[in-house]
Design a protein around this ligand. Structure first.
Ligand code: AMP
Ligand code: ZN
Length: 469
């Protein structure tokens, strides 16, 4: 299995630290709003990477964090007049809903920065003790980049160039830095901000330290894969390497994987540019399986332009797979013989070749685009060779193979049951009746049942309105 490693800029054979196991850390979102579909790209890509390792028989320990202390969260909390925790907990819950709706598997551990402050204080102290960090007059703790000879190895930047580049961009309030390329590990609180006690000042962590600490706590000092979007290469991942390797004295991650940007009109989709769609918005127009299929239709390292045409093409592609699976399931009850018929043996050979093609694509740095074309070829094989005269073994072979390969991509091959509008209206009428009879327990029960079906009710002056969540 080959993985493109940002560190060496080459595709390398994957060799796990422990045979049969994969220790993997993916940087998660900062939770101050609903996630947009650019944030969804690393979630979908690295969930698929995880699924493929599992398909190959590896046990994957998958850790992904929520950054729940950050300037943007604090700003939003101030705007709303609530505390930062209220904002972050709300959007963690919403993010989890979106992830589940995109069929992203639950991480083995999903830590939150604010729950890991103790570990951060410890690692910062170790860095100070080893001479890799220093405390400025106001209590800010900085990482001393010049103390880590390999600084710049991931982003392939040279420290001298970095230092002169940074010199141009002096940040006010950071005059106490020994060097402009040094970065913050801990900073003093400002009025109205959440803070924690520390030996240096009451304050909060810089952004980078949380990932070094959580990766160490949940996966160990050395991990197999560290991943995220390519905007994280510098400074975030470069700084994580400096912190972890300086503190632990070991190579941090062996393979660094980065997904390309999801663009819109060839510009990175981002909250700051305002050119984004949230996953929630997309879910109002499309089944999120379509979004997933769209994201995987390109190689994860390539830029991907979001467009209605490509989404429509993905919708049609997905429909082709679902229709073929519907047909195979229908054949289930009709076919008779158990053993493969003679001419089926040759077709079964083709099926196995297509599985090998799928695996070869995925083994080559997770080429999901080619993997999907192997699935389409299986669909074609199924449509042209399976019928009522087929044997059960042949139909089962095709059905199980398509389902198994789609599952690697997180694509469901059974249609979700469509709840019909009439059915919903009938339940709402029953709830209204129960309320009239003051049977509130029954009314609540119906509301919950609808919620489980993904239907949200809203009691308005004009009556009850409903929408699909
Ligand atoms: P953030 O919440 O901005 O820290 O981003 C969370 C994750 O989403 C990181 O791995 C980012 O690299 C990734 N990300 C953000 N915007 C995009 C985008 N437009 N395309 C691909 N990945 C993105
Ligand atoms: Zn991180």
């Amino acid at each position: 299995m080959k993985i493109y490693n940002t560190l060496t800029r080459t595709k390398e054979e994957f060799v796990p630290l422990t045979p049969g196991e994969v220790k993997m850390y993916v940087c998660g979102p900062t939770v101050y709003n609903y996630i947009h579909i650019g944030n969804a790209r690393p979630m979908l890509v690295f969930d698929t990477v995880r699924r493929y390792f599992e398909y190959k028989g590896y046990q994957v320990n998958f850790v992904s964090n929520f950054t729940d202390v950050d300037d943007k969260i604090i700003k939003k909390a101030i705007e709303e007049g609530v505390d930062a925790d209220t904002v972050s907990q709300r959007y963690i819950a919403e993010c989890r809903k979106d992830m589940a709706a995109m069929n992203v598997k639950e991480a083995t551990t999903h830590p939150q920065a604010t729950q890991e402050i103790c570990g951060m204080l410890e690692m910062i102290q170790t860095l100070i003790d080893k001479g890799h960090a220093y405390v400025a007059k106001d209590g800010t703790v900085y990482f001393r980049t010049s103390s880590f000879a390999q600084y710049g190895k991931l982003s392939h930047k040279n420290l001298d160039e970095l230092q002169s580049g940074f010199r141009e961009l002096k940040v006010t309030g950071e005059e106490d830095k020994e060097d402009p390329s040094d970065f913050v590990l801990w900073k003093p609180k400002k009025e109205g901000e959440p803070f924690w006690e520390s030996p240096w000042c009451q304050g909060r962590p810089g952004w980078h330290i949380e990932c070094s600490v959580m990766a160490k706590k949940y996966l160990g000092e050395e991990i197999d894969i560290h991943a995220g979007g390519e905007d994280l290469i510098f400074p975030h991942h470069e700084n994580e390497i400096a912190q972890s390797e300086a503190a632990n004295g070991k190579t941090f991650a062996r393979y660094w994987m980065h997904n390309g940007f999801l663009n819109i009109d060839n510009k990175k989709m981002s909250k700051s540019l305002g050119n984004f769609f949230t996953v929630r918005e997309i879910s109002e127009k499309y089944d999120l399986q379509v979004l997933r299929f769209f994201m995987l239709s390109a190689h994860y390292r390539s830029p991907l332009n979001f467009s209605a045409e490509l989404m429509e093409a993905s919708k049609n592609g997905l429909e082709r797979i679902l229709t073929a699976m519907d047909r195979l399931r229908e054949l289930d009850g009709k076919v008779k013989g158990d053993a493969l018929l003679e001419r089926e043996q040759a077709d079964d050979g083709v099926r196995q070749e297509l599985v090998a093609k799928f695996e070869a694509a995925m083994d080559d740095d997770f080429n999901t685009a080619d993997a999907i074309s192997a699935i389409f070829e299986l669909v074609k094989l199924s449509n042209s060779t399976a019928g009522e005269e087929s044997s059960k073994a042949y139909v089962d072979g095709l059905k199980d193979t398509i389902a198994r390969l789609c599952d690697v991509l997180g694509i469901l091959t059974e249609r979700k049951e469509e709840v019909l509008d009439d059915e919903i209206e009938a339940m709402i009428a029953e709830r209204q009746q129960a309320r009239k009879e003051k049977n509130f327990a029954r009314a609540d029960e119906i509301r919950q049942k609808l919620l489980d079906m993904g239907i949200v009710l809203e009691d308005t002056r004009e009556g009850v309105k409903w929408k699909r969540a």
